[in-house]
Design a protein around this ligand. Structure first.
Ligand code: TRP
Length: 338
């Protein structure tokens, strides 16, 4: 049976938070345990350079994210788990793809357009102010990540759908001109995995600085939960769980029965203080073992490095033959020994 290839990456510009875990890491690990998939998960460190010019942060984030995957029981023997920059074939493919990508396609990318709009709105006098070529061609590097492994499915957040369409477009153009070498990848956007709300009630995101890091120490976790914004309803007054960040975080970890019981508590008017304390205890119970494992891994960076080295070898053994094929297709053949 031909396996389906599933691939996804996380940009290494911050510390993994509850939203990353529920939205990306947990479902990806679950998928990797099914038999008919071949999974590729990686740390997108080359992508991080686009948003982050702090070398310490890039390095720290890379190991935090790698240790997080491993702490959450990713089995590196069952998947291909690597750092993007350790697979130089990706960067090489990126250039070849750059040469078939229409500039007009990149002009339409949301992230680039948003920055141009904001420069115009703020009267900066230069619509391209602060925009690097990295930001502009971000979608091509992402296409290279995906096409390098001929991935069929790419689980991503809604904000990445356009990038997947661009990857298909680029693959299609290459195939049309040079023959069929690339699979056209599909975005998998899961509707049921909640987009968690953060401390201030907006989407939990590094860019809003409202996250709950996945593995903060117990005391800090409690403190952060106590900070989650709620409304001014008093104990005894019925509360609506649907719009509530506390309830939503609870629900992302709870069973059906636990969710139903919590619903009742809201209807019966439990106080915010009690609900917060209970969320803390519940979440802490769920994260404790993973957190211990994470802390052990962060103390044993050599082990993490070893895993990543093996992962890179595995990834390169898939990437090299395809890159050679692609190079031949464009007219760059290997030199024969003389
Ligand atoms: N751009 C993605 C994000 O910001 C991260 C990423 C980089 C990625 N390369 C990828 C995701 C390839 C999926 C496939 O979330």
């Amino acid at each position: 049976m031909k396996k389906i290839k599933v691939l996804t990456g996380i940009t290494t510009s911050g510390t993994p938070h509850l939203g990353n875990y529920v939205g990306a890491i947990r479902p990806a690990i679950a998928a990797s345990h099914t038999d008919n998939v071949d999974s590729f998960y990686f740390m997108a460190d080359l992508h991080s350079l686009i948003k982050c010019d702090d070398p310490k942060r890039v390095d720290q984030s890379t190991f935090e994210i790698a240790a997080t995957w491993l702490a959450c029981n990713l089995n590196p023997d069952k998947v291909t788990f690597y750092r993007q920059s350790d697979v130089p074939e990706i960067s090489e493919l990126c250039w070849i793809l750059t040469c078939v990508t229409a500039k007009g396609l990149m002009n339409r990318a949301h992230a680039y357009k948003a920055q141009v709009q904001s420069n115009i709105a703020n009267d900066t006098g230069d619509p391209d102010k602060g925009i690097t070529m990295g930001l502009f061609s971000y979608p091509i590097l992402m296409a290279a990540d995906i096409l390098m492994f001929n991935a069929h499915r790419v689980p991503v957040g809604k904000d990445q759908i356009q990038h997947l369409e661009m990857a298909r477009d680029i693959a299609g153009r290459f195939n049309h001109h040079y023959g069929k070498h690339f699979v056209l990848p599909e975005a998998v956007v899961s509707e049921e995995t909640a987009v968690l709300k953060g401390l201030d009630g907006r989407k939990m995101s590094k860019s809003y600085d409202n996250t709950i890091p996945l593995f903060v120490p117990e005391k800090k976790l409690r403190k952060l939960i106590m900070k989650i914004k709620t409304n001014s309803l008093e104990p005894g007054e019925p509360k609506d769980p649907e719009e509530c960040a506390l309830f939503q975080i609870f629900a992302a970890f709870a069973s059906k029965e636990e969710i139903a019981a919590k619903h009742n508590q809201y209807a019966e008017g439990a106080g915010w203080g009690v609900l917060k304390q209970e969320l803390f205890e519940f979440l802490n119970e769920h994260l404790k073992d993973y957190r211990n494992q994470y802390e052990r891994l962060m103390q044993d960076i050599n082990y993490v490095q070893e895993v990543l080295q093996k992962g890179a070898e595995k990834a390169r053994s898939v990437a090299q033959p395809l890159l050679n094929e692609v190079k031949r297709a464009v007219g760059i053949r290997p030199l024969l020994k003389v």
